[in-house]
Design a protein around this ligand. Structure first.
Ligand code: M6R
Length: 607
């Protein structure tokens, strides 16, 4: 969602800020802006749409000054127009904000009654106007910000810039992450460390409720109670991997291709040195005491949980409930004290998932965060953290994070079997060996790329598509539909293939592409019989199966893709590849913005 940058530099700030904002583009945004202070004058430039519009504006109306703040805005309150873009200014203060100020309406009315003139529809302008009010009353910038923060309800990451002092930024965090970057005689603020990567690797993350008074040579952090706080400065080496597409046209293509490597990294962390046992590298989880599991996540991470439900139940024989976080958090579910709650999130900052985690923490349930971003809120607040080691994921459509989430969850399942002796009739040694072999098989699966590319070009002309799967292929079908929708804007639905005749088969006609995910496993014949029902109604079937599956059922299908053989338990990891490639190439063929699809944000930090 919104991106924040602050600079107290030794050079002109505007180009540095634009550059940093470019590195935050992946978060998703629809307008952008910058404010700087130069010779005692605070000025800003804002523009709707992509950053290039802001850069063009800056060519014609440059901004001077070595102190500045910048923002990419993903609209929540008010349309994505120039007036609503950040920075929002009032008098001598400008502010950029990520999050939602929930009591903005009441504050706006209060300030309007006191004479404030609002120029935007945003909740953020309330913050600027409130700060201005305290400044006008005679408060110093620090006092004005402190008083302002005390009045705000909701979630925020904020960075304030003052006309009266070009050696001062004030940053505050509650609910949305914020990092301070330490340079030599320079200081930076960023909504994530990627924004700051080329400037510095020395990063301090603000904790919940912290606010920081920053000059070029000092940082003073206060906690939620106003007490001076000592926050650790870490060395974060991001520059090598951050925001570089390498030889690829899109981050998504790069991230799809990286899957064998990141899976090997992931599995290497969770398997013993002799590759015969799972080692979660923590003694904190004892599955022999776990009666049931609750899994909570959003979007693709939720679909990874759905796959894991099949695994936990069939192999480790532990009942699992899976819920989308936005529903779970308000359902107030009664939780068994011996249950384990697992929260899966690439970013570790998804607002609903974080709220669901907090609910479970309040209920004294043991919580596990399965996250990619190690410094994220979910990583910090869960009782146990199992990183997915996917590396930075920039494309809004999650790909390598999905496979690494699956790999981490698979490790948990096998570890549960190890601890409890329950294997659901499977041979545990064989499963561990198949798990270890996954990166190689995913690498083979990527060989189908050109074949899928050709099919995608045809798929791209469709207005709708169906994805069908049974058992643990059902969540992969949902994932295929989600990927296609989000980046190619083709309407797609995923169904459990057995559900087809309970309604969706009415959609099938000669124009409807139906993607059938059917490895030759125990459920193959059932899925194929549903596929036949589609073909009997002239549906265009794309069958994704293995060599044996194609031999048995390939006759008469519209198109087919042959996957390498894989242990049936781990087929979801491998069958995710063709659905990612289908969506990617359909989007490329349609010419959509693959890495930053319309209306979407990489990390959804508001509910
Ligand atoms: O960062 P998270 O894993 O918590 O994000 C969850 C979803 O927002 C995310 O998976 C989203 O659905 C992706 N755009 C899917 O490709």
């Amino acid at each position: 969602m919104c991106g924040i940058v602050g600079v107290l530099g030794d050079h002109e700030a505007a180009p540095i800020i634009v550059d940093a904002l470019k590195r935050l583009e992946y978060r998703g945004y629809d307008s952008a802006g910058i404010a700087t202070v130069h010779k005692g004058v605070l000025e800003s430039r804002r523009a709707v749409g992509k950053l290039v519009n802001l850069s063009d504006r800056l060519v014609h109306e440059p901004l001077r000054g070595k102190a500045g703040i910048g923002h990419t805005r993903w609209a929540t309150h008010g349309a994505p127009n120039e007036a609503n873009a950040h920075p929002q200014s009032a008098g001598t203060v400008a502010v950029v904000h990520n999050g939602i100020i929930e009591n903005y309406h009441a504050l706006r009315e209060e300030l309007t009654a006191k004479g404030a003139k609002f120029l935007s529809e945003t909740d953020t302008e309330t913050v600027a106007q409130l700060c201005r009010y305290y400044l006008d009353e005679g408060a110093s910038p620090q006092e004005a910000v402190e008083k302002t923060l005390q009045r705000l309800e909701g979630a925020y990451a904020l960075c304030f810039l003052f006309e009266t002092d070009d050696n001062l930024l004030i940053a505050a965090r509650k609910g949305s992450p914020l990092a301070i970057g330490h340079g030599k005689g320079e200081m930076f603020v960023g909504s994530d460390a990627i924004a700051l990567a080329p400037m510095t690797s020395k990063i301090t993350y603000l904790e919940e409720g912290d606010w920081a008074v920053i000059t070029r040579t000092s940082v003073e952090i206060r906690d939620v109670n106003g007490k001076l706080a000592n926050r650790q400065m870490r060395n974060i080496q991001l520059s090598a991997m951050a925001a570089d597409k390498g030889m690829y046209k899109h981050f998504m293509a790069k991230e799809i291709a990286e899957q064998p490597t990141v899976l090997a990294e992931n599995i290497g962390h969770y398997i013993s040195d002799d590759h015969t046992r799972i080692d979660l590298r923590t003694d904190e989880i004892d599955f022999s005491k776990v009666t049931n599991i609750t899994m909570v996540a959003c979007g693709t991470a939720y679909l990874a949980c759905m796959v894991a439900k099949y695994w936990f139940e069939k192999i480790a024989r532990i009942p699992v409930e899976v819920d989308v976080a936005s529903e779970f958090r308000y359902r107030e579910p009664p939780l068994n004290p011996n249950s384990l709650a697992i929260f899966v999130s690439q970013s570790g900052e998804t607002a609903d998932t974080l709220a669901a985690l907090r609910y479970c923490v309040e209920q004294n349930i043991k919580t596990v965060g399965v996250v990619n971003v190690a410094e994220s809120s979910i990583a910090r607040e869960a009782s146990v953290v199992l990183p997915i080691y996917a590396g930075v994921e920039i494309g809004v459509a999650s790909t390598k994070a999905f496979s690494c989430q699956l790999a981490t969850l698979a490790a948990m399942v096998l570890y549960a079997s190890q601890q409890t002796g329950q294997t659901g009739g499977h041979d545990l040694a064989e499963l561990v060996s198949a798990y270890h072999a996954l990166p190689g098989i995913v690498s083979q699966a990527l060989q189908i790329e050109q074949e899928v590319r050709a099919i995608s070009t045809e798929l791209a002309t469709a207005t709708d598509a169906l994805f069908l799967g049974r058992g643990d292929m059902y969540p992969v079908a949902l994932e295929g539909a989600l990927k296609l929708k989000e980046i190619s804007y083709i309407h797609a639905e995923g169904y459990a293939s057995g559900e087809l005749k309970h309604g969706p088969i009415a959609l099938v006609d000669k124009d409807m592409p139906v993607v059938v995910l059917a490895p030759k496993d125990a459920l193959f014949d059932k899925t194929v019989s549903n596929m036949q029902e589609v073909m009997a109604r002239q549906g265009k079937v794309l069958l994704i199966t293995d060599k044996d599956g194609l031999k048995t059922a390939g006759h008469g299908v519209w198109r087919s893709v042959v996957m390498p053989r894989v242990h049936p338990v781990f087929a979801p990891v491998v069958y995710a590849i063709p659905v990612q490639l289908l969506a990617y190439y359909a989007a490329v063929s349609k010419g959509t913005d693959v890495d930053q699809p319309r209306n979407l944000a990489k990390s959804v930090t508001v509910e």
